[in-house]
Design a protein around this ligand. Structure first.
Ligand SMILES: [Zn+2]
Ligand SMILES: [Zn+2]
Length: 279
């Protein structure tokens, strides 16, 4: 099984001295029975420009991944990836970055909407309802714009802001249970039309949200709409979290009807059968 979403010590959201090296992630992946991992450190392009997100040392990441590809050949497929945040805020520069390295996989993420910093850093505790509903709607619009921009392989962790609404005590936020399908229908249809892979991000299973991003209902809806192109990402920021929740998530995907997962190499997709061979 492939974990297509992981972060090393180079990732700007990991404090200095914390996090793991590419090599440590690879060793942990082998121990956990994974067959491949993608190293996808954060590159939130607008946040870096505006100075609230640390830059990424692309050369060091590339060198360490190259070394790991060599060292673990035959034991683990190591993919050179990137998690590109808010590409549409700087589309030309985003294209430029993607041309500058031989990426195997590009994750497209929306962590922030125009004019606000990452939902992670946004305190919504005392925000009036009209404002957080408007933010949610902007988030959906940003995702559609990102899909339209299109130079990426996997759309990550849709419903991401839900985590932070819940963290900030907003429980009546745009009701994902009742309106999730309405909200996400255009996004899921656009993903299918564009041939972009949808990520089932398992990080929520180890956080307060307690479910994958997106949740089961939206994954079922994606399947009903004809979506079959799905991949698993742990979003591990520590080696120990690689592959976390994959047994549970892959069982859920199988129950929904999915039979294959998607993996990448040199930005070309390939499919493999959903397995349970993970510890
Ligand atoms: Zn992310
Ligand atoms: Zn991530």
């Amino acid at each position: 099984m492939f974990d297509i979403h992981s972060h090393t010590q180079y990732s700007g959201d990991i404090p200095a001295g914390k996090g793991n090296s590419v090599r440590e992630l690879c060793l942990s992946a082998i121990e956990k029975g994974l067959t491949g991992i993608a190293i996808t450190d954060h590159f939130d392009i607008d946040g870096i420009r505006d100075g609230f997100f640390p830059p990424l040392d692309h050369e060091s990441v590339a060198r360490d991944i190259m070394d790991a590809k060599e060292e673990f050949k035959g034991r683990l497929t190591v993919l050179h990836g990137i998690e590109l945040g808010q590409a549409t805020h700087m589309p030309e520069e985003s294209h430029e970055q993607l041309r500058s390295q031989p990426y195997d996989i590009v994750l497209g993420s929306v962590h922030a909407v125009r004019g606000i910093i990452d939902f992670y850093d946004t305190d919504m505790t005392n925000m009036p309802q009209s404002e957080y509903v408007a933010l949610w709607e902007l988030y959906l619009k940003e995702m559609l714009d990102t899909i339209e921009w299109g130079n990426f392989d996997v759309l990550t962790h849709i419903t991401y802001p839900k985590r932070y609404y819940l963290r900030d005590g907003i429980t009546d936020f745009p009701d994902i249970k009742g309106k999730g399908r309405e909200y996400f229908e255009p996004i899921l249809k656009a993903v299918i039309d564009k041939g972009i892979t949808l990520e089932c991000n398992t990080s929520g299973l180890r956080q307060n949200i307690g479910e994958c991003l997106p949740n089961r209902d939206l994954l079922e809806f994606y399947y009903e709409l004809g979506g079959r192109d799905i991949t698993l990402g742990s979003d591990a920021h520590k080696a120990i979290d690689l592959g976390a929740g994959f047994v549970e998530a892959s069982e859920m995907l199988r129950e929904i009807g999915f039979r294959y997962l998607t993996k990448f190499e040199s930005r070309k997709k390939d499919f493999y059968s959903i397995q349970e061979d993970i510890k």
